[in-house]
Write a protein that binds this ligand. Structure first.
Ligand code: ZN
Length: 138
C-alpha cells in the first residue's frame, strides 16, 4: 500500500535545523505499513533532508562545516545570473540532497538511537517549507 502526506516547516533562515522524526513516525503509524520504506522529501532547491544526531553541538556544526566547504560568496555563476545572495544555499542543499529513505520494520522507523531525521534550511532567509512523506510497503 502507499500512503502520502505533507506538512509545513517554518524556518528562520540559513542553518535552521528541525527534527522531523516524530512527524515522520506519525505518518508511518497512520499508514499502517509494517514492512517497507518511507521517503521524506523537501520541496524546493535550497533546503535539505538528512539524518544526524539532533543535539545543539551538531546543530551548529553542520551549517558551519557546509559554510566552510561552500562559503557564502558573490562569485558563483548563480549570483552572476540572479544576484539573490543564495548561490551557496543552492549548492549546499544539492550536496546534502532533498530527500531521505528510511526502512520500516515492525511498523517502526529503523533509525539508530542517536539518529534523527532532520530538515536543514540552506537559504538566506526564513521560508515556509513543504515536506512530503511517502510510505510504501505492506
Ligand atoms: Zn537564488
Amino acid at each position: 500500500m502507499t500512503h502520502q502526506e505533507q506538512f509545513s516547516v517554518a524556518t528562520r533562515g540559513h542553518g535552521d535545523m528541525h527534527d522531523l522524526t516524530a512527524r515522520v513516525a506519525e505518518a508511518v503509524k497512520a499508514s499502517g505499513v509494517r514492512t517497507g520504506t518511507v521517503t521524506v522529501f523537501n520541496v524546493g532547491s535550497t533546503a535539505a533532508i538528512g539524518t544526524i544526531e539532533f543535539e545543539p553541538g551538531l546543530e551548529r556544526d553542520l551549517p558551519a562545516i557546509l559554510d566552510n566547504l561552500i562559503p557564502p560568496s558573490r562569485g558563483y555563476g548563480h549570483e552572476q545570473a540572479w544576484h539573490d545572495g543564495n548561490g551557496h544555499s543552492h549548492l549546499q542543499a544539492t550536496l546534502l540532497g532533498p530527500s531521505l529513505a528510511v526502512p520500516i520494520a515492525d511498523g517502526k522507523l529503523m533509525l539508530g538511537t542517536w539518529q534523527q531525521i532532520v530538515h536543514l534550511e540552506c537559504d538566506v532567509r526564513g521560508r515556509q517549507r513543504t515536506v512530503v512523506v511517502t510510505v510504501v510497503g505492506d
